[in-house]
Design a protein around this ligand. Structure first.
Ligand code: MSP
Length: 516
């Protein structure tokens, strides 16, 4: 049976800064969904990349005495290295300075021009370079950028405009007909009131600098960086090229994951551009919140309260990093991030519960069953099995949580099995059952159930913590869980073959001293 396509994207990140905890967060979230969807049998296409044009990048290049292209080239590795370290499984990586992207942008703009949606006019207004956004005088707060609070620049130029104001009614109809287009709902309300307030046409070109894609019908103008950037979602699929088979297969996107600060671009400008071009609209734009310092203030290098992905990975490891940001941070809400809490979650869930369960149970399988998964005796086949009862609902719970990008719900469902399995082992006291040959059957039943719970926990946690899941599977004589493409079938209770070797190894998660 051919697989159903599933297309997920992250924003493309500006190259003028290093990857940070916020950009890593969106990328990690998209990776977790992509991994789950692959395991659930979808033909996944996961795109991330870099936003390399615009005034801000050109200015950074000048500050570093480099050509813009050289500057962009010098920044790429920091991103790709971090994504490699975090185990990000993107299928493509787009840079907006690539030829394939410029071609897509030009094709798209030519189409809008031919359809009569673009016109030339003089522009007078304010521009915030750090936000790469135009503002009217009324938008400004105390004469400064309403988003970042910095100084804006007064711009007076001949620009090309997109007739964005014509799309208000169609956008409002979209929000009504497709309530899942913008999630969570709070963001939908925000976007809707913005559109209801009435929209201006959008300036889509600049002439005062040349670091961008030239407009095909007026090459003295370069495309406004946000319009250029949004088109990455289709240029990467070959839109506008001789081979647009990926575009045909994967577009429209199932999910654009974005931060809450950039929803207007994704939920107003982007759908209006696509409507103008007569192209299908993405199914979901899902906005996450902001990661703040532990005290709720903005993280910043100068305040010294910023946390850096590499430092955290160094301290907790890749899997724990991934687990923390998915299990303890609600996707969609702002969150205060501090190492006290990360350590607490690490110790409670990973070291004391999950890691400890596997270590105890695998040691007992080694000790009592010569390092083999025991066979469940026939007279226990119908016995009460509280672990199986929890495990039986896990596939549905995880699937439904992931479709709502509720990572906390999915990991919590798996942790319920882990916690229950620890209690079960405590209650059943296999060390007592091992004392008498009469209870050898029950011992086999208990150990099998506990090992099978570990297998299922590792299976469902594989999208969150691929390294430890792969390790746990290997210690049960099983292959790579991340390569599974039928998780529902693999998730059926009893899938762990009796007789499989159980091997000893270092603890999966070593407890971190609270003072460390
Ligand atoms: N280049 C544009 C996106 C173009 S997409 C067609 C851009 N780039 S960015 O590098 O500035 O930001 C990328 C993402 O990082 C945004 O989604 C933003 O919300 C996110 N974050 C930046 N700081 C953040 C936090 N402190 N916390 C969580 N995410 C935040 O915007």
């Amino acid at each position: 049976m051919s697989k159903e396509p599933f297309y997920i994207t992250t924003p493309i990140y500006y190259v003028n800064g290093k990857p940070h905890i916020g950009t890593a967060y969106t990328t990690l979230a998209a990776d977790t969904v992509a991994r789950w969807q692959r395991m659930d049998g979808y033909d996944v296409h996961f795109l991330t990349g870099l936003d390399e044009h615009g005034q801000k990048v050109a200015a950074s290049a000048a500050e570093h005495n480099m050509s813009p292209q050289k500057w962009c080239d010098s920044q790429v590795k920091d991103f790709t290295d971090l994504w490699d370290l975090l185990g990000i499984t993107n299928d493509d990586f787009i840079r907006t300075t690539e030829e394939r992207h410029a071609r897509g942008v030009q094709e798209f703009l030519q189409l809008l021009y031919d359809k009569g949606y673009l016109y030339k006019d003089s522009y007078e207004g304010n521009y915030c370079t750090p936000c790469e956004t135009f503002y009217t005088d009324e938008d400004l707060v105390d004469g400064k950028c309403p988003d970042c609070g910095r100084e804006v620049e007064f711009v007076q130029e001949e620009n090309w405009f997109f007739k964005l104001s014509e799309f208000g009614d169609r956008l409002l109809a979209l929000y009504d007909e497709q309530p899942e287009f913008i999630r969570p709902a709070i963001r939908m309300n925000e976007v809707r009131s913005f559109v209801e307030g009435g929209m201006h046409d959008l300036s889509i070109s600049r002439t005062s600098f040349d670091w961008g894609v030239p407009l095909p019908f007026d090459p003295d103008h370069v495309c406004y960086v946000w319009v250029d950037a949004l088109i990455n979602y289709i240029s990467a699929l070959g839109y506008g090229s001789a081979d647009d088979s990926a575009f045909e297969r994967y577009w429209p996107a199932d999910f654009h994951l974005v931060g809450k600060d950039i929803i207007r671009f994704h939920c107003v400008i982007w759908p209006a551009m696509l409507m103008a071009a007569d192209l299908p609209l993405p199914k979901n734009v899902f906005a996450h919140g902001f990661l703040m310092a532990a005290d709720g203030s903005k993280m910043s290098k100068s305040k010294g309260n910023a946390l850096y992905p590499l430092d955290l990975i160094d301290r907790y490891g890749v899997d724990a990093y991934r687990y923390y940001f998915t299990s303890d941070v609600t996707f969609g809400a702002d969150a205060n991030i501090g190492t006290d809490r990360i350590t607490q979650v690490y110790n409670a869930d990973l070291a004391n519960s999950y890691g400890n369960l596997f270590s105890r149970v695998s040691n007992m399988a080694i000790k009592y069953f010569d390092g083999r998964v025991p066979e469940v005796p026939a007279d226990f086949a119908e016995a009460d099995n509280p672990l199986k009862d929890i495990a039986d609902g896990l596939y549905e719970r995880c699937r439904s949580c992931i479709s709502d990008i509720d990572f906390c719900g999915a990991t919590q469902a798996v942790m319920e099995l882990v916690h229950r399995a620890n209690l079960y082992v405590e209650d059943a006291a296999p060390w007592n059952l091992a004392k008498s040959p009469d209870t050898k059957g029950e011992l086999a039943f208990v150990i099998y159930n506990a090992l099978e719970s570990c297998r299922l926990a590792a299976l469902y946690l594989a999208p969150f913590m691929p390294i430890s899941s792969t390790e746990l599977f290997a210690r049960l004589g099983l292959g790579d869980p991340c390569a599974i493409d039928d998780v529902e079938h693999e998730g059926v209770w009893g899938g762990l073959p009796a007789g499989n070797p159980v091997t000893k190894g270092d603890p999966l998660f070593v407890r971190i001293s609270d003072k460390a």
